[in-house]
Write a protein that binds this ligand. Structure first.
Ligand code: C2E
Ligand code: MG
Ligand code: MG
Length: 298
């Protein structure tokens, strides 16, 4: 990445600041590209800075809550849930994960945030374990690349499981392809260590990234989640349906559990079921809700 200033009558310090913004943009876009400063970049930068400041304060202020979305089998029985983070900021109001997770990831704040998520998730598993009606439920937690690679990660997971006294096999850690491609050896070591603990690993948003299939063979995964874009388009686009069919066959051949994400209609569930997918998650079965509102009755 580099910067060019086509000298207009701006003060030098302003030009440098603008060049720096364009440069950062180029780096964030994956380097090896050109970005020209536009005034909207300044506004976005200011907005990011404001959000980041609020995020820094949100960690000690404990402004995060988890919501839980049910995962069901082909008979409609709830088999588990996914924990999804919610942030209601005292300064900027409620913020979508799609906006604050990337910031938390870039700033490293995801490490303390994620630690609290895993601790809370283990607490929920301990609570479920007390009742025979819920003792079998698994809980899935999203883990982003920085968090997964953090040296203390495996120990934190082990400690959270031990403290809560829960069965590791009921905890599923969802990682995306970004985690897998970021640093293979380090990631593999953490994956093996987690697997040795008995924790399950799930590959989230499958199909939208690079989807190099070779890692499916090498990594100790136990679950794939087909991304919601395929589920959304499958009924109208035969090519998407073919992709879904292929992923289902792939999961079966590799003995991986398969979850379809973003199932919103009975037609989608039907088609997925016909294609051989047995686990579903989506608004059809329930939106993410606070724990006390999660309906796990059969
Ligand atoms: P994800 O892990 O793929 O989670 C699924 C997302 O799809 C959630 O969005 C969920 O609310 C949404 N969803 C579920 N069913 C449906 C449906 O039927 N239709 C539609 N349109 N959407 C549905 P959400 O909660 O906004 O989270 C977005 C992403 O943020 C997550 O994607 C995950 O990557 C990340 N995230 C959420 N919580 C955490 C967390 O605790 N830690 C980390 N590292 N990332 C998280
Ligand atoms: Mg997920
Ligand atoms: Mg997903």
């Amino acid at each position: 990445a580099g910067a060019t200033w086509l000298g207009d009558d701006k003060p030098l310090d302003q030009a440098l600041r603008e060049a720096d913004l364009a440069l950062r943009r180029a780096k964030r876009a994956g380097r090896d590209c050109i970005r020209v400063f536009e005034p909207s970049m300044q506004a976005e930068h200011d907005e990011r800075a404001r959000l980041l400041a609020a995020l820094r304060r949100a960690v000690p202020a404990q402004e995060f809550r988890l919501h839980y979305q049910p995962q069901v089998d082909r008979h409609g029985r709830v088999v588990g849930a996914e924990a999804l983070l919610r942030w209601n900021s005292s300064e900027v109001g409620s913020v979508e994960p799609a906006r604050f997770i990337p910031l938390a990831e870039e700033s490293g704040l995801i490490v303390p945030i994620g630690r609290a998520v895993i601790r809370d998730a283990c607490g929920v598993l301990a609570w479920w374990a007390q009742d025979p009606a819920t003792a079998h439920l698994s809980l899935s937690v999203n883990v982003s690349p920085h968090q997964f690679q953090h040296p203390g990660f495996v120990d934190e997971v082990r400690l959270a499981l031990q403290t809560a006294g829960v069965s590791p096999s009921l905890l599923k850690l969802e990682v995306t392809e970004n985690v897998v491609i970021s640093d293979m050896p380090g990631v593999q070591a953490h994956m093996q260590a987690l697997r040795a603990l008995g924790v399950r690993l799930s590959l989230d948003d499958f199909g939208v990234g690079y989807s190099s299939l070779s890692y499916l063979k090498h990594l100790p995964l136990s679950q794939l989640k087909i991304d919601q874009v395929f589920v959304r388009n499958m009924l109208t686009d035969p090519r998407e349906a073919a992709l879904v069919r292929t992923v289902i066959a792939l999961a079966r051949d590799l003995a991986l559990e398969l979850v379809a994400e973003g199932v919103e209609t009975a037609e989608q569930r039907e088609m997925l079921s016909d294609l051989g997918c047995g686990l579903y998650q989506g608004y059809l079965f329930g939106r993410p809700v606070p724990l006390e509102s999660l309906c796990v009755a059969q």
